[in-house]
Design a binder for this molecule. Structure first.
Ligand SMILES: Nc1ncnc2c1ncn2[C@@H]1O[C@H](COP(=O)(O)OP(=O)(O)O)[C@@H](O)[C@H]1O
Ligand SMILES: O=c1ccn([C@@H]2O[C@H](COP(=O)(O)OP(=O)(O)O)[C@@H](O)[C@H]2O)c(=O)[nH]1
Ligand SMILES: [Mg+2]
Length: 209
């Protein structure tokens, strides 16, 4: 047991250098409000927001050799191979001076989760889970208006299916470890943030973040 922990720590030190980080995974269905609330958390609690989806969209824009593959997967609501997303997250963590990160929209399946833990050695402090009905999420996505290739009804239905089949098992995994803090994300934006504040204020007062 002890040696397994040591091994994980060594890997972490190899790939993140000496950097010790506090990570919160922000998970929830498409349109549940993850990005919106991450901006609020950044403003009040000094975290850096890393949206896996935003990093992938930036990678497409940068003209990377993976761009076309990523674009096609996003359009189909599919999950991009772990090594691509993990590399982007790892680089973003290393390039940033902060040591507290909200990782938004990742891990999206169990393979993402296991690969991230194996490669970076990072174990999340907790998982903030946004609970919202599909009806409400669909309404929000259709009104998001950011010109995204995946905010159309056909792709939205595919994303909901992937969320239930592949992403919810990640939440269940962390649930079994007692690490999930569930938020009723169907409420209006300021009310959702009030509930989030309770969680992050107690974290700050414990001195763990
Ligand atoms: N609590 C809320 N009530 C109503 N609309 C919301 C709420 N939270 C976010 N939105 C809106 O819903 C859309 C999706 O929110 P976003 O934060 O991008 O979700 P996610 O990152 O989970 O996909 C955005 O247009 C946002 O302004
Ligand atoms: O770790 C990730 C995060 C996102 N995506 C892809 O990017 C899309 C948009 O993700 P984002 O988190 O931006 O969407 P949201 O849930 O916020 O609406 C997803 O449907 C996936 O196709 C992915 O493959 N891996
Ligand atoms: Mg988002």
């Amino acid at each position: 047991m002890g040696s397994a922990t040591e091994a994980t720590k060594d890997i972490s030190e190899n790939l993140l250098g000496d950097k010790k980080v506090t990570v919160v995974f922000v998970l929830g269905g498409p349109g549940s409000g993850k990005g919106t609330q991450c901006a609020n958390i950044v403003e009040h609690y000094g975290f850096t927001h890393l949206s896996a989806g935003d990093l992938l969209r930036a990678e497409i824009k940068s003209g990377s050799e993976n761009g076309t593959m990523i674009q096609n997967m996003i359009k189909e609501g599919k999950i991009v191979p772990s090594e691509v997303t993990i590399k982007l997250l790892q680089t973003a963590i290393l390039e940033n001076g902060n040591d507290k990160f909200l990782i938004d929209g990742f891990p999206r399946n169990e393979e993402n989760r296991a690969a991230f833990e194996r490669v970076t050695g990072i174990v999340p402090e907790f998982v903030l889970f946004f609970d919202c009905s599909e009806e409400e999420m669909e309404r929000r996505l259709l009104g998001r208006n950011q010109g995204r290739v995946d905010d159309n009804i056909e792709t939205i239905k595919k994303r909901f299916k992937v969320f239930v089949e592949s992403s919810l098992p990640v939440v269940e995994h962390y649930e079994s470890l007692g690490k999930v803090k569930r938020i009723d994300a169907a409420k209006p934006i300021p009310e959702v943030f009030e509930d989030i504040k309770v969680i992050f204020s107690s974290l700050a007062s414990k001195g763990t973040a």
